[in-house]
Design a binder for this molecule. Structure first.
Ligand SMILES: [Zn+2]
Length: 242
């Protein structure tokens, strides 16, 4: 089994930990009905029905074509983002990882803008990429949350242990039992412990809700993890050959 060594933290992650391949891509789901319409047997229709069908199909194609272009554009963009970036120093975001409990994509009539990573309550969360803490907050949904900005990227962490306090114009996340104080405005290196997995906000079990934005647009974190995994294992095997 290939081991994924996170050099920033010394924390090992195995290939078994990264079963993200089966996660559905919402953009593929959006394309499906378009291909399905092409496969329908039109020869069984009578002329008039056929003509009407063609008109309707024409309208449908114009509509779906626009959607298809839009969907392909965002798909390419996401893949290019993952491909062009260098993820060698990126950190897997959670310790004691147990599994992915909810993927990025449509969920219960809405859209889940992140990836859920289950881990026992109190497990440390590692900063994915060196950046600045731009916001710490508390709300009913995310619970105790943190946003870190690294260039064009923003990474969001939800359901954290502890809460937010303000003292002499500084705002910070505090989790005393975990020895965590994270100041808004602070710069944190990749792989550093920034918080712990908790149950704050709307959650049925301890997990990290991890969201990623590039240039203000949500990106599937599974895509980035796959690319990180590929690059870091490539790097590891080239080190072994030396
Ligand atoms: Zn979530």
């Amino acid at each position: 089994m290939a081991r994924w060594l996170n050099d920033a933290t010394g924390h090992n992650i195995t290939t078994n930990d990264l079963k993200v391949k089966k996660m559905p891509n919402p953009r593929n789901i959006a394309l499906y009905p378009f291909y399905k319409t092409l496969k329908q047997p039109f020869n069984q229709f009578r002329r008039k029905v056929l003509l009407l069908g063609f008109i309707l199909l024409g309208i449908a194609i114009i509509g779906t074509k626009q959607e298809l272009v839009k969907a392909q554009e965002s798909k390419i963009n996401n893949q290019q983002i993952a491909y062009v970036s260098n993820w060698q120093n990126a950190s897997f975001p959670v310790e004691n990882f147990q599994g992915y409990t909810s993927p990025f994509g449509p969920r219960g009539g809405g859209f889940h803008y992140g990836l859920d990573l289950a881990a026992p309550q109190g497990s440390y969360i590692r900063n994915w990429w060196t950046g600045k803490v731009v916001e710490v907050w508390e709300d009913a949904r995310c619970g105790t949350g943190v946003v870190i900005k690294s260039g064009d990227w923003e990474h969001v962490y939800c359901h954290l242990q502890g809460g937010v306090e303000t003292h002499t114009a500084s705002r910070y996340l505090v989790d005393r039992a975990g020895g965590i104080i994270l100041l808004q405005g602070q710069v944190v290196p990749a792989g550093s412990r920034i918080a712990r997995v908790g149950m704050t906000g709307r959650t049925s079990g301890p997990h990290l809700h991890w969201g990623l934005k590039y240039g203000g647009h949500w990106v599937d974190p599974g895509l980035i993890l796959r690319e990180m995994y590929a690059q870091q294992t490539r790097n590891l095997s080239s080190m072994e050959r030396r």
